[in-house]
Ligand binder design. Structure first.
Ligand SMILES: Nc1ncnc2c1ncn2[C@@H]1O[C@H](COP(=O)(O)OP(=O)(O)O)[C@@H](O)[C@H]1O
Ligand SMILES: [Mg+2]
Length: 433
């Protein structure tokens, strides 16, 4: 019999499908209450923030399903019009307006009547574009305001239409609860875009037009808060901040369960996992959704006999092209090689990595550090400033690495120049003897 390769249920590279989404119950309840509020004209805007790989885009995705009614909530079913988009460094204001307008067109432009209405209501944006109009910060600020005014006007007009029971059925074949605008990767916003003031002005204008059914969610790394604050000091206040943390061990176990369950639906030969392997996966993943997906993926791939055991997890994690190397390339390499340019800094990280993510005192580091005291102090300060190491609150001179994975990666995948040197010397000794 020819062996059919199994479909791997773990998915380290994409937001998780809502059907396999685990945890975040409190966050989801909060988001649902915001939808309820917005539906009754008291819109609430929010941020979803957290580290890379913590599950922000996945939560946003889940919310899209809830808001659009694909996942019912208790006894209500929402029907929001959802625009989901993202931005990068080069996104201009006009670019963002255009993205939102395109999103509306895509969702709504399903009947001839609707298309007519949209093209009439949004004609100004086409004209702006055709004129090769570009927004430069200062001198075009005035134009900018006008543009935002007109945008708010058209948006209010559209939302009013899609939410009014009689008209909307006739025109769009659907009646909506409101509009949810989601912007992923929002921390990427350029200074020129002024994301905070953009949404503050937009929401103010919508309110002035009596449009209370638009809610905005921005998703991004923790520095998103700084991006908003720098753009407009009070813009932060208009967003409720939902900060994502790690999953609990129990939740990580559920991720493993739901993935294996899926595998056993997809594949003819079922896969199981033994206790030891499961415990090791949970330990390696440290509560990071991305890590559990990656270590799980690699263990599943390493397995040959339909039972994932400890050795499969180890082979998948630590081999060449293994999970830890992939995770390191994604999350650690830049910290280790680009954010710090001095070998002495890396030496400190290597010393600390001996304790994994446990606390280490400066005294302990000094005992192993080769170099002057001042060099060590500089290194520690630089690593702290760059958030590569954490210092213990209320105690001086006690530090740790953020993740065990970072420590493991340093030990397994980075080469210590001192070690190379001593091994070269050893070889030379051998030659002489
Ligand atoms: N709640 C969850 N349950 C299961 N897997 C998740 C969950 N959240 C995220 N993941 C997985 O973790 C990885 C990173 O998730 P993602 O949403 O892309 O994170 P972020 O946007 O914060 O970088 C993906 O592989 C995704 O499938
Ligand atoms: Mg993301």
């Amino acid at each position: 019999m020819v062996e059919v390769p199994k479909l791997n249920p773990f998915n380290p590279n994409f937001p998780v499908h809502p059907g396999m989404f685990v945890g975040r119950l409190g966050e989801i309840l909060r988001l649902e209450s915001y939808l309820l509020q917005t539906r009754s004209d008291q819109p609430l805007n929010f941020l979803i923030t957290g580290e890379r790989g913590i599950g922000k885009s996945s939560l946003m995705n889940y919310l899209i399903f809830v808001a659009s009614g694909e996942i019912p909530v208790d006894d209500t079913e929402f029907k929001f019009l959802v625009i989901d988009t993202d931005i990068d460094q080069s996104t201009t204001r006009l670019g963002l307006l255009k993205k939102i307008e395109l999103g509306l067109e895509k969702e709504l432009g399903k009947t001839e009547k609707a298309r007519k209405f949209l093209s009439f209501t949004w004609a100004f944006l086409q004209r702006v574009e055709a004129g090769g109009f570009r927004l430069k910060s200062a001198e075009e600020a005035e134009h900018d305001q006008t543009l935002l005014d007109r945008f708010a006007y058209s948006l209010a007009e559209t939302v009013e239409r899609v939410c009014s029971p009689a008209e909307s059925m006739d025109m769009f074949n659907a009646n909506y609860d409101g509009l949810l605008i989601l912007v992923d990767e929002a921390d990427n916003s350029s200074e020129e875009l002024q994301l905070g003031s953009f949404f503050k002005l937009l929401m103010e204008r919508l309110q002035r037009r009596g449009c209370g059914k638009v809610m905005v969610g921005l998703v991004g790394l923790n520095q998103l808060r700084d991006v908003l604050r720098e753009s407009h000091p009070s813009s932060l206040r208009m967003f409720d901040d939902i900060q994502l943390g790690r999953l609990t061990d129990e939740e990580v176990n559920r991720v493993i369960d739901s993935c294996l369950q899926k595998a056993n639906l997809d594949n003819q030969v079922p896969t199981s996992i033994d206790e030891e392997a499961r415990d090791l996966l949970v330990a390696l993943s440290e509560g990071y959704p991305h890590f559990i997906q990656q270590f799980g993926y690699s263990a599943f791939m390493a397995d040959q006999d339909d039972t994932i055991d400890r050795q499969d997890v180890i082979n998948g994690a630590f081999g060449g092209g293994g999970a830890l190397e992939l995770i390191g390339d994604r999350y650690y390499r830049n910290d280790f090689y680009n954010k710090i340019q001095k070998e002495s800094y890396r030496q400190v990280l290597r010393i600390m990595a001996d304790n994994l993510d446990g606390w280490v005192t400066k005294k302990e580091i000094r005992a192993k550090f080769k170099g002057k005291d001042s060099l060590l102090s500089n290194a520690i300060k630089a690593l702290r400033d760059r958030h590569i190491i954490l210092s213990k609150e209320g105690t001086r001179g006690v530090y740790r690495l953020q993740h065990k994975g970072f420590a493991l990666w340093i030990k397994v995948y980075t080469t210590d120049p001192a070690a190379i040197e001593s091994s070269v010397n050893l070889d030379a000794d051998d030659d002489r003897s």
